[in-house]
Design a protein around this ligand. Structure first.
Ligand code: TXA
Ligand code: MG
Length: 323
């Protein structure tokens, strides 16, 4: 079983142990402000291969390289003016910038899936300290079995991957609870590849232009690793429920009771006051709680399609997609 170190009790010990395991080319579970990541040396083929192996992930997905500072970022990615402005405004934070890969970047092709571009993110909190101490970028997808719900606590990681990895750093529940927003500049225009923990409107306010969400053929833009079915609990998922069927688990939003909920297996409210940030923080852990009841279906009431609601609805639609 993985060793779990509480980073709030032993910062120096946790850092030293993390650097040691990473230096041996092994992955660790790393707390970030979005979700817990499964992090390994982005420059080593064996280290990246072990991420894919632990997650059971399809190999064609490119991984995000996490950096501790702008100097490290600029060694691996080429920043156009818009990407630079966004990095200055939102890093460290829940934003991934897809930029051209620097010709002499040491990030391994296994981490980029051979693309000429690179997804870069500077995470906040303990993750950033680990990267800084390690001195190299860390490739890190979410620390869950491929296709399942992303972890927002160390306990989630331990339940899922505890027997497959050596070290889990525990920094408490992830504050944001949804993966980073991914954007890419193309021909001076900013494209949204994945909605996430940073609201599209906050990005639009900085760059003074609307984010493009569709390509020239009208298809929805996506990061290449975005599979339709993802974030899947064991139970089936029913969206925009207006009533609860007997035995279903209910996850609602906004505090209002739904008809039939007295016969639900469990009733959880993402945010009784209708706060989308609170809903994002609770989403994955409530999905796990609802799933743990053994209910065959989890019903979700409607989530508003504004602000962080865009990313929450994206995750729910993937959870509900045919598997
Ligand atoms: O918040 C997050 O982003 C978390 C934490 C751990 O940092 N990480 C995360 O990684 O969500 P992952 O591997 O689950 O998602 C990475 C996404 C994939 O959809 C992948 O296709 C996209 O980033 N991506 C990575 N590099 C890319 C590139 N060069 N071009 C386009 N998309 C890219
Ligand atoms: Mg993931």
């Amino acid at each position: 079983m993985a060793e779990i170190i509480d980073t709030t009790l032993d910062r120096a010990g946790a850092l030293a142990r993390a650097v040691d395991v990473l230096g041996r080319g092994r992955p660790i579970a790393l707390p970030t402000e979005t979700v817990y990541g499964l992090a390994a040396d982005a420059t080593r083929a064996d280290a990246i291969a072990s991420i894919y192996e632990v997650k059971g992930r399809p190999r064609f997905n490119p991984l995000i390289s996490h950096v501790s500072d702008m100097e490290m970022a600029a060694r691996h990615g080429l920043f156009d003016p818009i990407s630079r402005r966004l990095a200055e405004a939102f890093w460290p934070g829940p934003l991934t910038l897809v930029v051209a890969r620097a010709p002499d970047s040491a990030v391994h092709a296994l981490a980029t899936a051979g693309l000429e571009t690179l997804g870069l993110r500077m995470p906040a909190g303990f993750a950033r300290e680990v990267i800084s101490a390690f001195g190299k970028p860390l490739a890190a997808p979410s620390a869950n079995t491929s296709g399942r719900i992303s972890p927002t606590t160390a306990a989630h990681v331990a339940d899922d991957l505890g027997s497959a990895i050596d070290l889990i750093l525990d920094a408490g529940p992830a504050g944001i609870g949804l993966e980073s927003t991914i954007v890419k500049v193309e021909n001076g225009q900013l494209r949204l590849l994945r909605p996430g923990g940073l609201e599209a409107a906050d990005i639009e306010a900085i760059v003074g232009q609307r984010l493009l969400r569709q390509d020239s053929a009208g298809a929805t833009l996506e990061a290449p690793g975005m599979l339709a079915s993802h974030y899947a609990p064991g139970a089936a998922v029913r969206l925009d429920a207006t009533e609860v069927r007997p035995g279903e688990a209910l996850i609602r939003f906004g505090g209002a009771a739904l008809p039939g909920e007295e016969k639900a297996a469990i009733v959880l409210d993402l945010s009784p006051t209708g706060n989308l940030q609170e809903a994002a923080t609770n989403l994955f852990s409530y999905m796990k709680q609802a799933d743990a009841t053994g209910a065959r279906t989890i019903a979700f009431s409607a989530i508003p399609d504004e602000g962080l609601g865009e990313a929450i609805r994206d995750r729910l639609e993937r959870a509900a997609a045919p598997r």
